[in-house]
Design a protein around this ligand. Structure first.
Ligand code: KIV
Length: 282
């Protein structure tokens, strides 16, 4: 019996017909061995370019607290901030799966708070999923969200919302006990129903073990090559956050200097009376 409701999201893209990525597609990609490419996006234009070139997932990360809002940590970011940015991203995207990070204290406090805040994001923005940081202690929350129709991406390892507990942005789970706990958390979250999981800044060997132990895809950042996918903060890989140079960031452009050069050139042109010319006037 043909599924007439389906837009065939799980099939490989036909020539000229981009694939619409859903949470189900992402799970299938693990099965078929296709690596998942995820980048963060916080605004309309960047999201448009990401979608145009076929990114699988755009994460509206609460890293926007650092790279867009200029805070030292992600803790001050609010649900309204996330909704504002996610709406801009949503207007640009036709094919990629959009996942929205739930900010600090918007879901950890109770199942009710999680339902209310994640529900707001899903309802007001219309994205595909939310991402929550944390281990087995948020399993009940994850289970309930998934049950009521809100897909959840997990996030283990260096979870920036816990920076005050960790005290440092160093690699996590290097000791056996923390590694064992992380593996256990991954299994519990997977059983609770997450459709995928970010692994941030953990040893590559541990990321490989987690990836082999759970049926849903792992998406690594600073977690080595064995994850089912990779994610970077878009401003890092574009070279806009030039002072931030951890070894896991590969710079695909050096835009900070390009942007400064363009600004300098503009200032010189205005001061020198070379902009605008007659051709640039009405
Ligand atoms: O907020 C974010 O951008 C993230 C990624 C780094 C995974 O959580």
């Amino acid at each position: 019996m043909p599924d007439t409701e389906s837009h065939e999201p799980d099939l490989p893209p036909k020539a000229g017909k981009p694939r619409v990525v859903t949470t189900k597609t992402v799970i299938t990609m693990k099965r078929t061995g296709e690596k998942i490419a995820m980048l963060t996006g916080y605004d309309y234009l960047v999201a448009k370019y990401l979608d145009q070139v076929g990114i699988d997932i755009i994460l509206v990360g609460d890293s926007l607290g650092n790279v867009v809002q200029g805070y030292e940590t992600t803790l001050p970011v609010t649900v309204d901030d996330m909704i504002y940015h996610a709406k801009a991203v949503k207007r640009a995207v036709r094919n990629a799966l959009i996942v929205v990070d739930m900010p600090f204290m918007s879901y950890q406090t109770s199942v009710d708070d999680a339902v209310r805040n994640c529900g707001r994001v899903m309802k007001e923005v219309g994205v595909g999923a939310v991402k929550l940081e944390g281990g087995a202690y948020i399993a009940d929350i994850v289970r309930h969200l998934v049950k009521i129709g809100i897909p959840v991406m997990g996030h283990l390892g260096l979870t920036p919302q816990s920076i005050n507990k960790f005290g440092t942005y160093e690699v996590r789970a290097q000791e056996q006990e923390e590694a064992r706990q992380l593996l256990d958390d991954a299994r519990v979250l997977s059983e609770a129903g997450v459709f995928s999981m970010v692994l941030e800044k953990i040893p590559a060997s541990l990321a490989r073990e987690v990836t082999g132990a759970i049926p849903v895809p792992t998406i690594g950042i600073g977690a080595g090559p064995h994850c089912d996918g990779q994610v970077l903060v878009v401003y890092d890989m574009l070279g806009l956050t030039e002072e931030f140079k951890p070894r896991f960031v590969r710079r695909y452009a050096e835009l900070a200097e390009t942007v400064r050069g363009a600004f300098r050139h503009y200032i010189d042109d205005v001061k020198g009376g070379e902009f605008p010319t007659g051709k640039e006037s009405y």
